[in-house]
Design a protein around this ligand. Structure first.
Ligand SMILES: [Zn+2]
Length: 417
């Protein structure tokens, strides 16, 4: 049985790596093949130069993504069947032979640390080589590393309670530990969502109340027309890190906030901002966020139930390169290996997300203006150097948002009777 699991794992990992490599290659050649000409629908608003910049930017990002994916797959093999996790576990067992929960937490942190260190040069290259070359990066090296330390600190601070709760329940809560853990995790998640905008996001960015009175009045009337209560409109200093623009909602219930990137407000006019906001409101009205959270909760319940069973199967450990089974190794293996098995559902999730985008666009077209949303989207695609000509296969597999041309042609149908 252990041997079978090893074979299935290697088989699936190779299969997913090959598919992803093939998709990435397709994306690059498709984008490059359409580099010479701006698609007709955009030719009025996007210059050839901007179109070519988008093509080169997306090719460079895809190439880097492929390299990172290969390195991550190799690392996963080394950690699991290569014996890396077992080595880390043995090392900590020598240092802390008795405190099982603390040792377990340290083993898990060590493995996650190795994986983030491997990611670091890729993040660095993306920011200081690719983004810098295309004029998007606004970060200094100092800020990059300060951010990294802050992220690590927040990650430990937020992750430690749930990690200790997990190890403690696994040790002492009996056969149904996975169910209790799920309840703890679900509650913790909801609390985190509620406190994130007020306590965590401000560690990385400054949020100032929207000052522009005329814009504020327009937005507030749109919000009340759509029956949406928020705890204020904020502008985030996104421009300190990157010149990409965006707008979003955060929080739950009464702690909901509307956040605009300063870069977005700079570039769009009032009508366009209104249309973008109406799109975001569409996500709320169609309960996309809640549905996604429910889906994640259901999936994590199924996952934990599965882990509750796997933890008693010796082949689960042996098949993935671990010779000394323990609670923390089960948890760690599950965290590292489940994405390989979930690879197959990725295109379905992406499809679902694109359907949600259409629904939100539809809401924006009905409650604000399809014409202004199109104008805003064109500006955002142009300024973020997003490709207008993604490979259809690559897009179907990965993209959470529909390709520009499809999205815009659907919106155009609202404006031409
Ligand atoms: Zn959206």
């Amino acid at each position: 049985m252990a041997h079978t699991l090893t074979l299935i794992f290697i088989g699936l990992l190779s299969f997913s790596t090959m598919i992803r490599f093939w998709l990435g290659k397709r994306q690059i050649s498709f984008v490059q093949a359409h580099r010479a000409e701006v698609p007709a629908a955009f030719s009025e608003n996007i210059k050839l130069e901007a179109h070519q910049k988008a093509a080169d930017y997306s090719s460079a990002k895809t190439k880097l993504g492929l390299a990172e994916m290969l390195v991550q797959a190799l690392l996963l093999l080394i950690l699991t069947i290569g014996g890396g996790l077992q080595w880390i576990d043995t090392l900590w067992a020598g240092i802390l032979p008795n405190q099982e929960i603390i040792r377990g937490a340290l083993v898990i942190c060590s493995a996650l640390l190795v994986s983030s260190i491997i990611d670091l040069p890729f993040d660095y290259y993306k920011t200081f080589v690719i983004d810098a070359q295309f004029g998007f990066n606004k970060m200094t090296v100092k800020m990059f590393f300060t951010d990294m330390v802050k992220h690590a600190f927040v990650g430990i601070l937020l992750g430690a309670p749930i990690l200790f709760a997990a190890l403690w329940l696994m040790q002492g809560a009996g056969e149904l530990w996975w169910l209790y853990l799920w309840v703890v995790w679900a509650v913790y998640n909801i609390v985190m969502h509620a406190v994130y905008p007020t306590f965590i996001a401000p560690l990385f960015n400054k949020f100032t109340p929207l000052a522009d009175e005329s814009l504020k009045t327009r937005i507030e009337s749109l919000l009340s027309k759509c029956g949406f209560k928020s705890q204020g409109l904020f502008v985030m200093d996104g421009s300190i890190r990157s010149s990409h623009g965006n707008a979003y909602f955060t929080g739950f219930g009464n702690s909901k906030r509307v956040v605009f990137f300063d870069t977005l407000l700079e570039r769009l006019n009032t009508e366009e901002i209104e249309a973008v906001l109406a799109h975001e409101l569409g996500h709320f009205k169609h309960r996309h966020v809640i549905k996604l959270i429910v889906m994640i909760f259901v999936m994590s319940l199924l996952g934990l139930a599965l882990l509750g069973w796997l933890i008693n199967q010796l082949w689960f450990f042996q098949g993935l390169g671990v010779t000394t089974p323990s609670n923390h190794m089960a948890l760690l293996l599950f965290m590292l290996v489940s994405p390989v098995f979930l690879f197959v559902i990725r295109p379905f999730m992406a499809y679902y997300s694109r359907q949600n985008e259409f629904e939100a666009d539809d809401y924006a077209a009905k409650n604000a203006s399809a014409k202004h949303l199109v104008e805003a989207l064109v500006k955002l695609y142009r300024d973020n150097a997003s490709t207008l000509t993604p490979d259809p296969f690559h897009s179907a597999f990965y993209d959470s948002h529909p390709p520009a041309s499809i999205r815009i042609s659907k919106l155009a149908a609202y404006t031409t009777p």
